[in-house]
Design a protein around this ligand. Structure first.
Ligand code: ATP
Ligand code: MG
Length: 480
């Protein structure tokens, strides 16, 4: 129960947040009361109401069984989903709301599979203690008059006030029941700006290897939420520091390289976190998952390519090529979509090209290739390359940004002259066949690629020029 003035403020904030959904809560409260059942708002929804970050997706718990919940809401709801019914959850769509209503649970775990034997409980308290963190284990009773009594048997409000993630049960028991909770801790660190209780951190350090029991899809879902949070750097750093990173994302902690005796290169891991932070600062349209993944992973090829040269310098030749391959492997293992794998690895592959050209020495051909190779990723590539400048030397940083400004100006100038977004050969497949008098086949593809290269090198050609070039190529090819 509220102990301090600050608690009263928090509860007022929550009451105001819930009041925005007053009609919905009253309707639900009436429907469950009429059927003789209890209903509580619970979990993330109560936490988020207190933090004034409530979304229209609401979590509820009830003593009604799933079939009864379906019965109670069938007429009222716009849609009812039963995909979670084996775990006691009924999904409900109503207007712009997505509701998850879960029957009180008191699960038994075998400490091996992370698949609980689902058992229903009769009391709210039994349901709350099996939740992941005390800040996620508060409830608000929902009655025919709307949001009512605030229930906090596990001290969630005090933990929320302190910004601390702690488990209801001793952490080793809780994480043994479900190791995913360890990863959720890192996710909440990023999303909420909370820290983990010392005993939680100690248990994670001890038990991180058990994350191997969690399916890649679930790991990826938590990593995405972590990366999309307000402070992903804090979340990633917790992963790496506690050993969770060794299981789910080993390449990131792998960038913590011993600083060489000359201190000639910065720690690549710290650099990557800075780039992530700077990339986020450049976002202009909300959190960008692809950009954030690329920023975090852009240098993962460095440890494998590091060489100490005889002259005392350190090089990382082709780390972008190796890095792009490593990205593919890791993101595929985490079962990301092909699009996601392609996009992140292509950004990593391209992140260094800008530095390959001296100040302002970009030819038109190089600019065309940059734009064509980036394709729809170009706006993100601009952000990634600009974020990838972490030098403390202000003049050097200004020089790099100015140089990138010039590249963007070149792209704009060329785009005004040419349709840079759709660089294609000057003749299409049919025209190629006509000019060369050949039937469809692999030779047409070869000719097409030749003309595309020519188009990238030289810009748009007239039809006559392209025809002449094609015939010359064809003749020299016949002779060879
Ligand atoms: P968000 O919806 O923003 O992802 P959330 O806290 O609501 O955050 P959900 O996955 O929607 O997370 O879960 C709803 C609630 O169910 C949580 O707040 C928590 O009380 C409980 N919960 C979810 N996953 C677990 C878990 N693995 N172990 C124990 N309790 C869990
Ligand atoms: Mg939720």
């Amino acid at each position: 129960m509220p102990e301090t003035a600050q608690d009263c403020d928090l509860l007022t904030t929550a009451a105001v947040a819930l009041n925005r959904h007053a009609d919905l809560l009253r309707e639900l409260g009436s429907a469950f009361a009429a059927a003789g059942h209890e209903l509580y708002l619970v979990g993330g929804s109560v936490r988020d109401a207190l933090l004034n970050r409530l979304s229209p997706d609401l979590d509820f718990t009830t003593n009604a069984r799933p079939e009864q919940v379906q019965q109670i809401l069938r007429r009222w709801a716009d849609a009812v989903w039963d995909t979670g019914i084996a775990f006691g959850t009924v999904g409900v769509g109503k207007g712009n709301h997505r509701l998850e209503i879960t029957t009180f649970r008191a699960d038994r775990y075998d400490q091996v599979s992370r698949k609980p034997q689902v058992r229903y409980a009769d009391r709210l308290e039994d349901d709350l203690v099996r939740r992941d963190f005390t800040v996620n284990a508060m409830a608000v009773r929902i009655t025919p008059t709307g949001a009512g009594e605030f229930l906090d048997p596990l001290g969630g409000l005090a933990a929320l006030r302190a910004g601390v993630l702690d488990t209801p049960a001793p952490p080793p028991v809780s994480f043994g029941d479900d190791p995913l909770r360890m990863l959720r801790a890192a996710r909440f660190v990023s999303q909420l700006g909370f820290t983990v209780a010392p005993r939680v951190r100690a248990a994670i350090e001890e038990m991180a290897s058990q994350l191997a029991r969690v399916t890649p899809e679930r790991v990826a879902a938590e990593l995405d939420k972590l990366l999309l949070g307000a402070d992903p750097v804090a979340g990633i750093d917790l992963l790496v520091q506690t050993g969770m990173g060794d299981v789910v994302l080993p390449e990131v902690g792998g960038m913590r390289m011993a600083i060489d005796e000359h201190h000639q290169h910065k720690d690549v891991y710290q650099h990557s976190l800075t780039v992530l932070r700077q990339a986020i600062a450049l976002e202009d349209n909300g959190p960008d998952l692809v950009l954030r993944w690329a920023a975090l992973l852009h240098d993962i090829g460095k440890p494998a390519t590091r060489r100490f040269e005889p002259n005392g310098t350190v090089t990382f030749h082709h780390h972008e090529v190796i890095g792009a391959k490593m990205v593919r492997k890791r993101l595929r293992a985490l079962k990301y979509s092909k699009q996601m794998v392609d996009d992140v690895s292509q950004l990593v592959y391209l992140h260094l090209r800008f530095h390959g050209y001296g100040d302002g020495k970009w030819t038109d051909s190089a600019v065309r290739r940059y734009v064509t190779d980036a394709g729809p990723l170009l706006p993100r590539l601009h952000k990634l390359v600009r974020a990838d400048c972490t030098t403390r030397n202000a003049r050097r940083a200004a020089r790099l940004q100015a140089s990138y400004d010039r590249l963007e100006a070149r792209i704009a100038a060329l785009a005004a002259k040419e349709d840079l977004e759709r660089v294609r050969p000057d003749l299409d497949g049919n025209q190629i066949m006509q000019v060369l008098g050949i039937p469809p086949g692999p030779q047409v593809g070869e000719a097409w690629r030749y003309l595309k290269e020519l188009r990238l090198d030289r810009g748009p050609l007239t039809r006559e020029e392209a025809t002449t070039e094609l015939l010359t190529w064809w003749q020299s090819r016949q002779q060879a």
